[in-house]
Design a protein around this ligand. Structure first.
Ligand SMILES: Nc1ncnc2c1ncn2[C@@H]1O[C@H](COP(=O)(O)OP(=O)(O)OP(=O)(O)O)[C@@H](O)[C@H]1O
Ligand SMILES: [Mg+2]
Length: 202
């Protein structure tokens, strides 16, 4: 349903944008920015809905998956530390690999935006598996962590304004964790910034 609605919203939004661009008025640039923001939200929803639909549960080795995602961020020039887990492959877990990849990408995108040094750790406990992403940025104060996870919430507009995000990243991570019977936990990293854990039951 979400995918359908998002898709249907695209055409009128494009028309609205076109119409606005032909009008001369001092308020037009602001309105165009609003329409742009709406388009980005719709694209975000569509993206998400699509990847969900294609993704099947399959036995997945988290070790290589995490290492691969870390590598793509390194190639983009980010400083991402990734200590090798005790067991490099880890057990095969029944997961939706695309969704988990996306969740990790979202956390890494945030960490690389707000911090300079980032660390990704994978640990296999007896009952749970934990993917941890930490950075040395400003972090999120405890009383705002719940709020930050809500869809379309972007904290601190001042430092955020010039960035293209729509505030869906953490909401999507939390959703993916939940679908796997797990949770997203936000805390404080020893590195000084945010610590985000995706905890999955095994
Ligand atoms: N690692 C982090 N350090 C500090 N603040 C963070 C971090 N990750 C997220 N935040 C704060 O939480 C808000 C919500 O994050 P979220 O990923 O949901 O949205 P976004 O990154 O702004 O946009 P999107 O992910 O949709 O591109 C961010 O706008 C930011 O204020
Ligand atoms: Mg984000």
């Amino acid at each position: 349903m979400l995918a359908g609605i998002s898709h249907d919203l695209r055409t009128p939004l494009t028309r609205l944008k076109l119409g606005l661009s032909m009008i001369e008025h001092e308020d037009i640039p602001d309105l165009l920015r609003d329409v742009d923001a709406m388009s980005r939200m719709v694209d975000g929803f569509l993206d998400f809905a699509r990847s969900e639909a294609e993704d099947r549960v399959e036995p997945t080795a988290l070790g290589p998956l995490v290492a691969e995602v870390v590598e793509t961020f390194r190639r983009q020039g980010h400083d991402v530390e990734h200590p090798a887990p005790d067991d490099p492959e880890g057990p095969l877990l029944d997961l939706r690999p695309l969704a988990i990849r996306r969740a990790l990408e979202n956390l890494l995108a945030n960490a690389c935006t707000y911090g300079r040094h980032v660390r990704v750790t994978l640990s296999f406990g007896e009952k749970a598996v934990r993917i941890t992403v930490e950075d040395d940025g400003p972090g999120i104060p405890p009383e705002r962590r719940e709020e930050a996870i809500r869809p379309f919430v972007r904290l601190d507009d001042a430092r955020n304004q010039d960035r293209a995000g729509v505030g869906l990243g953490l909401a999507i991570v939390a959703d993916i964790a939940r679908v796997h019977g797990g949770a997203l936990r936000l805390g404080e990293s020893g590195m000084g910034g945010l610590r985000a854990d995706i905890v999955l039951a095994r």
